[in-house]
Write a protein that binds this ligand. Structure first.
Ligand SMILES: Nc1nc2c(ncn2[C@@H]2O[C@H](COP(=O)(O)OP(=O)(O)OP(=O)(O)O)[C@@H](O)[C@H]2O)c(=O)[nH]1
Ligand SMILES: [Mg+2]
Length: 443
């Protein structure tokens, strides 16, 4: 209930940090704070909002020296009166203060309840609230950036631009239904145009989101080639670490090695694989099978060739397998080229020469930069809603000329309400509850 005053630790539980923050929100927050906190040289009634006051917090069993901040409704995170105590970070202190505040009338907050109140009080829309959860859970800088765009409303902006096109078409057709004789010619064309413009915006958003996996899971790169061409050497220079064993013995790598590194904030997972060749050795044969699977699952394959040796049938047939996939042809051993290859780039895996250019090529070919630079839909809930809106719009446009405006309006309204689900203007309470239940307590 909104009239409740809620309390929770805002800093992570279960560990002693330098500072432990306890946050309280609701109509009684200030009153309860007044009962337990004595500011140095100042009557609590005189404290001003948005300032930090040093003082003493009293619980039944102990005292702590703490800071207190008061954020006055509606200018606070939740839109309600909010009090924060910055205590010493021991878990027992934090728990003791929470107990004291609950005994004085606050109730322990549910998961995500502060942010849910912010949403219910109009401080943010639903997708912006989801952006906050994504900020906290982000594991890579690319994820932080995508979450920031969601949190700060960039994503809902794109959606609301499409929604306003849809609304324009809807109001045109509604007007036509009211005044059919006067309006026919004027409204049909602009309405169709507005619907097409909305569809284009949604399709662009969906297209940009195809690479969202790069942000959440990273780019999967497989190194492939015959034995001894320099795959493991390349893995090591990319990782800047002697991770894989490198020898001049063909068949050195027998298993698939998986390692990750960060590239401009994006997680890159590289799979070094066994060099592909016919082998009678059981272990190596299994390695080769695994290599083929790794090639299959990769977003991009780096096909490494040894330019000091002639082209063989095996190399050609392996390339024909890889050429079906997104790939880069790498001519390796640039220092001892004898048999030049058709290639996208020449490198020296042993010394790292040209590997920076290879990295740029990988980012370019995978389109990972677009995923980073545009506001993309990362949440399945949003993608589903946009796809639903796309379907309804398609139907509205397709049947526009052959059906009556009130039938078209049904599709248009469906499209509009699908989009409103994203910002939370047209969602059921159970969906809202489900979304906030995935937040941590205290957020
Ligand atoms: N001259 C020269 N030698 C290189 C270069 N890159 C790798 N090598 C050498 O090639 C040999 C094989 O390198 P690896 O990285 O083990 O090759 P690989 O493709 O992983 O081989 P397998 O695991 O057996 O399939 C080693 O002796 C490396 O030092 C290069 O750019 N120039
Ligand atoms: Mg190897």
């Amino acid at each position: 209930m909104k009239e409740d005053t809620i309390v929770a630790a805002a800093t992570p539980p279960g560990q002693a940090g330098a500072v432990g923050i306890v946050r309280m929100s609701g109509p009684r927050a200030k009153k309860i704070a007044e009962e337990v906190f004595c500011a140095v040289d100042l009557d609590f009634k005189k404290i001003e909002p948005y300032r930090m006051y040093l003082g003493k917090i009293n619980t039944k069993n102990f005292l702590d020296r703490a800071f207190c901040v008061y954020c006055k409704a509606p200018k606070s995170y939740t839109g309600e009166d909010v009090i924060e105590f910055h205590l010493h970070g021991g878990i027992t202190i934090v728990k003791g203060v929470i107990r004291e505040l609950t005994e004085r009338g606050a109730r322990p907050a549910d998961a995500g309840e502060f942010t849910k109140r912010a949403y219910l009080n109009g401080k943010m829309n639903l997708s912006e609230a989801e952006g906050i959860a994504d900020m906290i859970n982000a594991e890579s800088e690319a994820e932080i950036m995508a979450a920031y765009r969601l949190m700060s409303g960039e994503v809902s902006q794109t959606i609301s631009e499409a929604a306003s096109d849809i609304l324009e078409a809807a109001s045109n057709l509604e007007a036509y239904l009211d005044y059919p004789e006067e309006l026919e010619e004027q409204v049909f064309e602009p309405s169709k145009k507005a619907l097409k413009s909305a569809l284009l915006k949604l399709r662009t958003a969906l297209k940009n989101s195809e690479n969202r996996r790069y942000i959440t899971d990273g780019i999967n790169i497989a190194l492939a080639g015959l034995t001894n061409v320099g795959k493991s050497s390349l893995m090591n220079v990319l990782l800047k670490d002697e991770r894989a064993i490198v020898t001049d013995i063909p068949g050195t790598t027998r298993d698939v090695l998986k390692e990750s590194f960060m590239l401009d904030g994006i997680k890159v997972n590289i799979l070094d694989t066994a060099g592909i060749r016919e082998s009678t050795d059981t272990v190596e044969r299994i390695g080769v099978e695994k290599a083929k699977k790794a090639i299959d699952s990769a977003d991009i394959v780096l096909f490494v060739m040894d330019a000091s040796l002639p082209i063989t049938k095996e190399e050609e047939s392996l390339y024909s397998l890889i050429s079906q996939k997104k790939h880069i042809r790498i001519e390796n051993k640039g220092d001892i080229i004898k048999y030049p290859r058709i290639k996208d780039i020449t490198i020296e895996a042993k010394t790292g020469k040209n590997v920076d250019k290879l990295i740029s090529l990988i980012l370019e070919k995978t389109d990972a930069k677009t995923a980073l630079s545009s506001s993309i839909l990362t949440r399945e809930r949003h993608i589903y809603a946009v796809k639903e809106a796309e379907k309804s719009l398609q139907s509205a446009i397709k049947n526009f000329d052959s059906t009556t405006p009130d039938c078209t309006l049904v599709d248009i309204k469906d499209a509009y309400s699908s989009l409103l689900k994203i910002t939370g203007e047209d969602v059921s309470e159970s969906i809202v509850d489900k979304i906030f239940s995935t937040f941590c307590v205290g957020k």
